[in-house]
Design a binder for this molecule. Structure first.
Ligand code: KIV
Length: 291
C-alpha cells in the first residue's frame, strides 16, 4: 500500500469517527438542550415540517432533528391560500398524529393565527391545550416585541418557545406580498433587536424566514440560541423546509430558496395512472391477488 493510500484511509477513518461522535448521532431524543449543544459545536440543525402520522414516521426514521407541525398545514393539507384559516383544533389534530409517530425528533407546533395575539393569557391557554392534547415538546409563534409578554407567560408554565421573524406568513395582509423582508436598514435593525429580545426573554431558537443572507448571518453570530433559516442563506445554525415542497408534491410553489429533492407529484400521478389502466384492462387483480 502506498503512503498516499494509507494517509487517505486514515483520513477517512478520522472523518467517520468525528461523524459518529457528532451530537446528532449520539442522542436518542432531540431536546432544546441538544440543539444548543449543536450550535456550540457548529453542527447544523435539520428541520422539516410534517402534519400526519405516516409522513412523520418516515421523517423521524431518517433522523431529522426537529419536526415542525407548521401552520403551513393550512396551505398544503387543507388547500387554503394563506395560513390564517387553520384553527387550534386543526393544529391539535395534526400535532397529535405526528407525535404518535415520532421517537427521536423534537416536535414543535405552530400556534395558529388568532390564538395568541389577543393577550398573553390566551397565548398560554392555547399553548397548554397544544402541550396537553398532543404531547408535543414546544410551540412556535410569529413576531418580535409585540409577542414578548406572551412568550414570557408561556415560558412561565414551562413550555419551550420558538420564535419566528422576517417573513411571518400570518401577517401577509399587512405585508401585502411574500417578497424578501428586512432589505431596508430600518427593518433590518428592528429584526436584529427583536431577535435579541426573544433570546433574552427565553426563546430556545428562532426561525428566520426570507431575509437577506448577510442579515441572517449577523443575527446568527450575535445570538447564543440557534437560528433556523428558510430562505435566509447558509450562515445560520440550521435549515427548515416545508416537506411537501421539498418532496415536489406541489408544483405551483417555486421560490428561489426551495431545493426539490424529489418529484413526488409525477411519481404519484404515474402510479395512479398505472392503477387506473390495470383496473380498466382487468389486469388487476390477478389470480394471486384474490381469495
Ligand atoms: O408553517 C410553517 O411551515 C413554517 C415554516 C415555513 C418555518 O412556519
Amino acid at each position: 500500500m502506498s503512503c498516499d493510500t494509507v494517509q487517505f484511509s486514515n483520513f477517512v477513518i478520522l472523518i467517520k469517527t468525528l461523524y459518529n461522535m457528532s451530537i446528532h448521532k449520539s442522542v436518542k431524543r432531540v431536546t432544546t438542550h441538544v440543539l444548543h449543544e449543536m450550535k456550540l459545536k457548529g453542527e447544523k440543525i435539520a428541520m422539516l415540517t410534517a402534519y400526519d402520522y405516516s409522513m412523520a414516521k418516515i421523517v423521524d426514521a431518517a433522523e431529522i432533528d426537529v419536526i415542525l407541525v407548521g401552520d403551513s398545514a393550512s396551505n398544503v393539507m387543507a388547500g387554503y391560500e394563506t395560513t390564517l384559516p387553520i384553527t387550534l383544533d386543526n393544529m391539535i389534530y395534526h400535532a397529535a398524529s405526528v407525535v404518535r409517530a415520532v421517537k427521536r425528533a423534537l416536535v414543535v407546533v405552530d400556534l395558529p393565527f388568532g390564538t395568541y395575539q389577543g393577550n398573553s393569557k390566551e397565548a398560554l391557554a392555547s399553548s397548554i391545550r397544544i402541550m396537553k392534547e398532543t404531547g408535543a415538546h414546544a410551540v412556535k409563534l410569529e413576531g418580535g416585541r409585540e409577542v414578548v409578554e406572551s412568550v414570557e407567560r408561556i415560558l412561565s408554565a414551562g413550555i419551550p418557545v420558538m420564535g419566528h421573524l422576517g417573513l411571518t406568513p400570518q401577517s401577509i395582509h399587512k405585508f401585502g406580498t411574500y417578497v424578501v423582508r428586512a432589505r431596508e436598514i430600518e427593518e433590518a435593525n428592528r429584526l436584529l433587536s427583536d431577535a435579541s429580545l426573544l433570546e433574552k426573554t427565553g426563546c430556545f431558537a428562532i426561525v428566520l424566514e426570507k431575509i437577506p443572507a448577510s442579515l441572517a448571518e449577523e443575527v446568527t453570530k450575535s445570538l447564543k440560541i440557534p437560528l433556523i433559516g428558510i430562505g435566509a442563506g447558509s450562515k445560520v445554525d440550521g435549515q427548515v423546509l416545508v416537506l411537501h415542497d421539498m418532496l415536489g408534491l406541489n408544483q405551483e410553489f417555486s421560490p428561489r430558496f426551495l431545493r426539490r429533492y424529489h418529484n413526488l407529484h409525477s411519481e404519484i400521478k404515474g402510479a395512479v395512472q398505472a392503477y387506473i389502466a390495470d383496473v380498466r384492462s382487468q389486469d388487476f387483480p390477478n389470480e394471486k391477488e384474490q381469495y
